[in-house]
Design a protein. Structure first.
Length: 424
């Protein structure tokens, strides 16, 4: 495993272009399992997670090619392998979303329980209970989930709380079952779900309501080739905007969808960041010490949990005390101890981080604990005085395309020391 060596402080400046959304690409690729004809997915970022999903589709015996940001998928109906191995599924949670569509398309499937980032227990019980309401028989044994479509059923699925993965999984599965009519209540409302709806509609499926808490699906896929372009990655965009502001820099973040980040713009304006926002780009400038702010992390359209570690890095040097209440993953504070190694003053009480601003951070050796935490530590390293080493940095290659190149184009200096495979 490699590590980043970063020298700070540095003021990031210049322009950066945002890649396609990881969190939209993965469920759309999983949904390609229900297509009856060739699928072309454009604006797909070249990430470890995307490569894992490609390997999963290939293990099923689909033909998949990935070239210059475009994934070409040819569905297979003969010699399909419906047993997805643990060594692939353990790498990321999104891989579990092949279970429903694979079963709906081919009658049965066996998929290992998922792995992924260590940000707390994220059970798949919402997925499984939803599949059972669709008429699946589901058994869990020896770390694998076996599913069989016994009697397709229409009806209503009420999620106990909004779950992005479960909403996407059940949308795609219902879409694959001819004739069923399903309503998902308390659905997650993220832009990536809207993008999945667009993809399913392109397959000829009747889907309405994505982006609201009530999604309606009438199952049935038409045989036709489609081309779909993935939306920009709002979390990548937010990360670069926060990084520029945190380093007292100035820059333009381009090729984003600014409407997907309204909650971030609201928080940054309270902090004192100068923003000039248009539809597909934002100009960022920071000239004064950040002001403290209170943030309530919640499902979309609230402040995203995937930007909580990054905004915390910025607030470590605010001119007062800030509070971040994490309502999505209450154990998502593994980065706190690492930020404290760099001189941050942070305490955790009842799911709330209390961040007392310090004058500056200092470089130190730290460990990346998950994807977004590692991005936060990289931002902190650019802010800090002296050299930092970010170990277990392989997490960041799961979610940020060309991360070294993009930060270096903004003036950051990153030396990568370690295993070459993570940056190829």
């Amino acid at each position: 495993m490699g590590y980043f060596k970063v020298s700070g402080p540095v003021k990031l400046h210049g322009e950066v272009e945002i890649s396609g959304s990881k969190n939209a690409s993965l469920p759309i690729m999983a949904a390609s399992l229900i297509s009856l004809d060739d699928v072309r997915i454009e604006n797909v970022p070249d990430l470890l997670d995307v490569r894992t999903m490609i390997d999963i589709l290939k293990s099923i015996n689909f033909s998949v090619k990935f070239c210059s940001g475009t994934v070409y998928i040819e569905p297979e109906t003969d010699d399909v392998n419906t047993n997805v191995p643990y060594e692939l599924v353990r790498k990321m949670r999104a891989s579990f979303n092949v279970l429903g569509p694979l079963t709906a398309r081919f009658g049965r499937a066996r998929v290992a329980l998922p792995g992924g980032c260590s940000i707390g227990v994220r059970p798949v019980n919402f997925h499984i209970s939803g599949l059972e309401k669709l008429g699946f028989e589901v058994n869990i044994e020896h770390g694998f989930v076996e599913a069989k479509l016994v009697r397709p059923r229409s009806g209503k699925i009420i999620l106990p709380k909004p779950s992005v993965g479960a909403t996407e999984h059940l949308m795609t599965t219902a879409a694959a079952i001819e004739g069923v009519e399903v309503v998902i209540e308390n659905a997650a409302m993220e832009p990536e779900i809207v993008d999945l709806q667009k993809f399913l509609r392109e397959l000829g499926v009747e889907v309405e309501g994505a982006g609201t808490s009530r999604v309606m699906i009438k199952g049935g896929v038409k045989k036709k080739k489609i081309v779909h372009k993935v939306i920009p990655d709002r979390i990548e965009a937010g990360t670069y905007v926060i990084a520029i502001a945190a380093t007292m820099g100035e820059g333009v973040v381009k090729k984003l969808d600014s409407e997907h980040l309204n909650s971030l713009w609201e928080v940054l304006e309270k902090i004192g960041v100068d923003l000039n926002i248009s539809k597909d780009e934002v100009h960022v400038k920071m000239e004064e010490r950040p002001k403290p702010v209170d943030i309530n992390v919640s499902p979309y359209p609230g402040f995203p949990t995937d930007l909580q570690p990054q905004i915390m890095a910025l607030l470590t040097v605010a001119s007062g005390t800030s509070y971040i209440k994490e309502n999505v993953f209450q154990t998502r504070f593994l980065h706190v101890d690492e930020l404290k190694r760099m001189g941050a003053d942070i305490e955790i009480t009842d799911g709330t981080a209390i961040i007392k601003g310090v004058d500056s951070l200092s470089g130190a050796p730290v460990n990346g604990t998950d994807l977004r935490a590692t991005a936060a530590l990289l931002i902190a390293a650019f802010m800090a005085k002296g050299d930092s080493e970010i170990h277990h940095v392989e997490h960041i290659f799961r979610g940020y395309e060309n991360v070294r190149e993009k930060f270096e184009n903004l003036g950051g200096k990153i030396e990568y020391i370690g295993v070459k495979e993570y940056i190829d």
